[in-house]
Design a protein around this ligand. Structure first.
Ligand SMILES: [Zn+2]
Length: 57
C-alpha cells in the first residue's frame, strides 16, 4: 500500500534528530542545508554542518 509506505517514511524523518535540530541555514563551506545548532563553550550558539563537518558561529 503506497499510503502505508509514505506513513512509515514520514515517521522516520519526523523522528530523526537531524530533522529536529536542522535550521534553514546553509553551510558556508559546502552549501548543504544539513546544519545543526550546537551550544558553544561560552554558552553561545554555534552551527555545525552534518554533511562536511564545518562549524561556525
Ligand atoms: Zn558543509
Amino acid at each position: 500500500m503506497p499510503g502505508s509506505i509514505l506513513g512509515e517514511a514520514g515517521g522516520l524523518f519526523g523522528g530523526a534528530v537531524t530533522r529536529k535540530t536542522a535550521t534553514r541555514l546553509d553551510c558556508p563551506s559546502c552549501g548543504s542545508a544539513h546544519v545543526a545548532q550546537v551550544l558553544g563553550d561560552n554558552g553561545g550558539i554555534s552551527y555545525v554542518c552534518t554533511a562536511c563537518g564545518h562549524s561556525w558561529s
